[in-house]
Design a protein around this ligand. Structure first.
Ligand code: NAP
Ligand code: GCO
Length: 267
C-alpha cells in the first residue's frame, strides 16, 4: 500500500460531533482534505449556522445537523439521515463536549450530571448509533476526544475529569467488544488548547498581564505554549485512516509533553 493510500479517507463518511468550530471543526476540515465526506452536529441553531458558513467558506460540502448528543432518538435520526444522504458512517469523532469549572462543594448534582451526560453518555449514544452500520460494512473508526483530565485531576473540574476518565475506559471497552469486527476505537487526549472552551483560562488581567493559569500552563508544557486545534489534525487523520488499522483502545495524548513532565520552574 503506498503512503497516500495509507492515510487516504477517499470514499469514507465521517461524523464529527460538535464540529461547528474549535477542535471539531479543525479535525473535520482535515478529514475532508484527506478525502472524507463530512457530517457535523451541534446543539444550538446559531452554532449550526456558524458552522455551515465556516465550512462553505473553506469550500467543504457538509451535512449539518441540529442534534444534541445526549438525546438518543435525535442522534439515531441524524445517523439515519446521514446514511441516506452520504452512506454508512465509517468514522465517528466524538468531539462534542462541555466543561463546568466549579469547586466540587459548590457544584450542583444537575451540573455534574449535565457534564457527564454530554461528555460521556453522548459518546456512548453516538457510538451505539453508528456501530451497527460499521459492523455491516466490515470496518469502522471511532475517535473519542478525551483530555489530560482522563489522567489527571485539578480543582474545579470534578465532573469533567470524571467524564473524560470514563471516556478513556469507554474507548477501551469499545475496542474490547468490537475489535473483532474490525472496528478501531481510540482516543485523542489534547493538552491545553486555545479554543473558546479555554478562553477564560487565558483571559488577560485588566492591566494586560497574563492570567496566572496561562503562565502556569506555559511553564508546565515542555513545548512552552498552548496547543492549537491545528496540532490535532494529523493525529485525527492517522486514527481515522488505514494507517492505524492495528491500533486499538489507545489514547494518543497530543499535549506538547505536559503529561510527561513536572514542568519548569517559572522564571
Ligand atoms: P468548544 O470550543 O467548547 O466546542 C464544543 C463544541 O461542542 C461546540 O460546537 C458545541 O456546539 C458542541 N456541543 C456542546 N454540547 C453539545 C451537545 N450536547 N450536543 C452536540 N454538540 C454539542 O470545545 P473545544 O475546545 O473545541 O473542545 C472540543 C472537545 O475537545 C471537547 O470534548 C473538549 O472536552 C475536548 N478537549 C478540549 C481541550 C481544550 O483545551 N480546548 C483539551 C482537551 C479536550 P453547541 O454549543 O452549539 O452545542
Ligand atoms: C481546564 C481545561 C482543561 C482542558 C483540557 C485539558 O479547565 O483544566 O479546560 O480541562 O480543556 O481538557 O486536556
Amino acid at each position: 500500500m503506498n503512503m497516500d493510500d495509507l492515510f487516504s479517507l477517499k470514499g469514507r463518511v465521517a461524523l464529527v460531533t460538535g464540529g461547528a468550530y474549535g477542535i471539531g471543526f479543525a479535525m473535520a476540515q482535515a478529514l475532508a482534505k484527506a478525502g472524507a465526506r463530512i457530517a457535523f452536529n451541534c446543539s444550538r441553531p446559531e452554532t449550526l449556522s456558524r458552522g455551515l458558513t465556516a465550512y462553505r467558506n473553506e469550500g467543504i460540502e457538509v451535512e449539518g445537523y441540529l442534534c444534541d448528543v445526549t438525546e438518543e432518538k435525535s442522534v439515531q435520526d441524524m445517523v439515519g439521515d446521514i446514511e441516506r444522504k452520504l452512506g454508512t458512517v465509517d468514522i465517528l469523532v466524538n468531539n462534542a463536549g462541555i466543561i463546568k469549572r466549579e469547586p466540587m462543594e459548590n457544584m450542583s448534582v444537575d451540573d455534574f450530571r449535565q457534564v457527564v451526560d454530554v461528555d460521556l453518555v453522548g459518546p456512548f449514544i453516538c457510538s451505539k448509533a453508528v456501530i451497527p452500520g460499521m459492523i455491516e460494512k466490515g470496518h469502522g473508526k471511532i475517535i473519542n476526544i478525551c483530555s489530560m483530565m482522563s489522567e489527571l485531576g485539578r480543582d474545579t473540574v470534578s465532573a469533567y475529569a470524571a467524564a473524560k476518565g470514563g471516556l478513556k475506559m469507554l474507548t477501551r471497552n469499545i475496542c474490547a467488544e468490537f475489535g473483532g469486527r474490525n472496528i478501531q476505537c481510540n482516543g485523542i487526549g489534547p493538552g491545553y488548547i486555545a479554543t473558546e472552551q479555554t478562553a477564560p483560562l487565558r483571559q488577560r488581567n485588566p492591566d494586560g498581564s497574563h492570567n496566572p493559569f496561562d503562565n502556569f500552563i506555559i511553564a508546565k508544557t515542555p513545548a512552552g505554549r498552548w496547543g492549537t486545534p491545528a496540532d490535532l489534525v494529523g493525529p485525527a487523520v492517522f486514527l481515522a485512516s488505514a494507517a492505524s488499522d492495528f491500533v486499538n483502545g489507545q489514547i494518543l495524548y497530543v499535549d506538547g509533553g505536559i503529561l510527561a513532565s513536572i514542568g519548569r520552574q517559572p522564571e
